[in-house]
Design a protein around this ligand. Structure first.
Ligand code: 0RA
Length: 647
């Protein structure tokens, strides 16, 4: 971190307001009270330790998920100050935990590089927890303080001597706030810490899950630490892919901030593996740093290709998409006063950072290409191939358009459209198989629900590439039904439905088709995922029917594979039921399908999001990409639940 403040004590802490407001409107501070908001609590606490690490005072952070779903975060930093706060007249650690916005903002000196999505501080975690305990080791002593629903319940007191320094925070999220769930998801936390460790070279984060123990009773433990930083990040993104060059890395710094870039091309067709971060926050919506990066890559590659005569005078320029096909890249900037804009506040607005990124990339990439002619040739070859494929695909599209296939006036014949023409009120069920499609057509609310049955498997777009995918019947009917088009012509505002619901059987084939569909959306319509338009239907797995009853009535449906036992245990006499296992949607009659899966008032839908785009991208290609070994391995590992997006 630049400009380390040489003096810092309690008086620097800016005191703003109390915690009642946080409990009244938690969503304003942590985004939601759903699972995302719950996990933000952890990030908020960990971010403070990361800042301590980035300031150079801490090199290890520990996180424990306890069996009762409490979380402990430890670090070996300087310890939160315990001296009396000059204005508040209470220990600084108590100010930090009880007064909103009392973070360590160093009044413009240096920059707080992490700071959760909202950068709200640990007092928010305190406000939203039934209990928080903080232990501080400093000045040869260990101190403890505790809070109940945000209020100090045990004043700061000394509990013994201490040789080292550091901070330990334990919190119990309040189930009255997090009404949906207080259960932490290991994978969600692990991905975030992995990302943090990639973005901050050398930083060590150790995650322990005490809910899962081995034969000796040791909790599941994973260490995230990468000596290569973002270079290791792009290697990770490209795992299982055939790469064209060793990762390229460069960094630059000026008064506005720092930029680090790592990039590596592979033979993949993906153009959305470029990830941009600002102060460790994933800027999903892009911004000035990403714009600068893209411009620099496009220009530098075109200039090189022209200079070497690979692009002739008469040839048209390579487009940005051409130069980025198969590119995995991380652009990470750190700046003093990040301006986050956009719908989800994940778009960087600072204009001063654009030239810094642009110059660094132009210089770094041009130098790399000059000095490494062999991989340079492969990279240019890949881009020119992409250009040819793009032109071929455009011709194919024009042909099919002429034939009326991709024409929005000619909707696919198999589509049973809804009567509503308002996308906000319209949804489409993409249904596996004609027979389930038939049931769904009978069951649906024709006003708002459209049905598109898919026959058999859809083409694997990851392996096929755009050109071949477009000539597939299933893919083109999907594109036409949705209405957005793809590629250069893609326009999310043309989506004919704002809920696109994948409805497949609860078996391995169903899971496979779901994967293929998600790959398709991820590759060609990622904006629809970002907008939250893509969902997965949840058909029941079991039905309980009264024994010997002649009525086909199902007493109870069960949606969770693991819940059968516990549901049966709720009944005095579970033997009075026949348990039916639904292998396919086709086994339900239209009424049952409506009641269990389609009726908006009672169904559950899983919303697909790209929160963890890195993992999604990686797994999609591991599962679907060119190399056979990783795919086999993955399918063996995840044979039961082929679930790969954060849903
Ligand atoms: C401000 C000043 C000092 C330490 C910290 C903040 C600090 C905060 C957290 C939160 C979690 N872990 C932390 N570790 C340190 C120390 C100032 C000094 O020693 O002079």
């Amino acid at each position: 971190m630049a400009n380390k403040p040489d003096h810092y004590d309690g008086s620097d802490i800016q005191v703003l307001e109390g915690l009642e407001a946080v409990r009244k409107r938690p969503g304003m501070y942590i985004g939601s009270t759903g699972p995302r908001g719950l996990h933000h609590l952890v990030y908020e606490v960990v971010d403070n330790s990361v800042d301590e690490a980035l300031a150079g005072y801490c090199d290890e952070i520990g996180v424990w998920i306890h069996a009762d779903n409490a979380i402990t975060v430890t670090d070996n930093g300087r310890g939160i100050p315990v001296d009396k706060h000059p204005k508040e007249k209470i220990p600084t650690v108590e100010v930090v935990l009880t007064i909103l916005h009392a973070g360590g903002k160093f009044g413009g000196e240096g920059y707080k590089v992490s700071g959760g999505l909202h950068g709200v501080g640990v007092s928010v975690v305190n406000a939203l927890s039934t209990r928080v305990e903080v232990n501080v080791k400093r000045d040869g002593k260990e101190y403890a303080i505790a809070f109940d629903h945000g209020k100090t319940c045990e004043k700061l007191h000394e509990i013994g001597p201490a040789k080292k320094t550091g901070t330990k925070t334990t919190f119990w999220p309040d189930p009255e706030i997090f009404t949906e769930t207080t259960v932490f998801d290991y994978d969600t936390l692990a991905s975030r810490f992995r990302e943090m460790a990639f973005l901050n070279r050398g930083l060590k984060i150790v995650l322990h899950d005490e809910r899962v123990t081995d034969a000796d009773g040791n909790p599941r433990t994973e260490v995230f630490q990468y000596a290569g930083g973002i270079v290791d990040f792009v290697k990770y993104l490209n795992e299982g892919k055939e790469t064209l060059n060793k990762p390229i890395y460069f960094e630059a710094e000026n008064a506005d901030g720092t930029v680090e870039v790592a990039m590596q091309w592979s033979t993949s067709y993906s153009t959305n593996s470029v990830m941009a971060f600002a102060n460790n926050i994933n800027t999903h919506e892009g911004g000035t740093h990403l714009d600068g990066f893209k411009q620099a890559v496009t220009r530098t590659i075109n200039e090189y290709a022209r200079a070497k005569g690979i692009l002739k005078e008469k040839d048209s320029n390579l487009s940005g998409d051409d130069t980025r096909e198969g590119l995995a890249a991380i652009v990470s900037v750190k700046l003093h006063d990040p301006q986050f804009e956009g719908q989800t506040k994940t778009k960087l607005g600072n204009t001063e950072i654009r030239p810094l990124v642009q110059n660094a990339v132009t210089q770094g990439l041009a130098e790399y290409l000059e000095e490494n002619p062999t991989p340079a040739k492969r990279i240019i070859g890949k881009a020119t191939q992409a250009l040819k494929a793009r032109e071929a695909a455009r011709k194919a599209r024009e042909m099919t358009r002429r034939k009326g296939v991709l024409d929005s006036f000619a909707l696919p014949g198999k589509l049973a459209d809804c009567s509503s023409k308002e996308p906000q009120n319209s949804e489409i069920f993409i249904v596996e198989g004609d027979s389930a499609g038939g049931s769904a057509k009978q069951a649906r609310d024709r006003k708002t629900q459209a049905i598109l049955p898919l026959r058999g498997k859809i083409l694997n777009v990851e392996r096929a590439g755009l050109h071949r995918s477009l000539s597939s019947d299933t893919i083109s009917s999907l594109i036409t039904a949705i209405g957005t088009n793809i590629g250069d012509d893609f326009d999310a505002d043309q989506a004919r439905y704002h809920r696109i619901i994948i409805m497949t059987d609860a078996d391995v084939d169903g899971a496979h088709i779901r994967c293929l569909l998600l790959t398709f959306f991820y590759r060609y319509m990622p904006e629809l995922i970002n907008r939250g338009y893509i969902y997965i239907a949840q058909p029941p797995i079991f039905g309980l029917k009264k024994k010997n009853s002649r009525s086909p009535k199902i007493e109870r449906y069960i949606y969770d594979e693991n819940a059968l036992g516990s549901v049966l245990a709720e009944y005095d006499d579970p033997n009075k039921f026949d348990v039916q296992r639904y292998k396919g949607l086709g086994e339900m009659d239209p009424d049952q399908l409506w009641e269990t899966t389609m009726e908006p008032a009672t169904r559950t839908l899983l919303q697909v999001n790209i929160d963890d785009a890195a993992e999604a991208e990686r797994v999609v290609s591991e599962l679907m990409g060119d190399l056979v070994e990783p795919r086999k391995e993955f399918i063996q590992k995840h044979a039961r639940d082929v679930r790969f997006l954060d849903i």
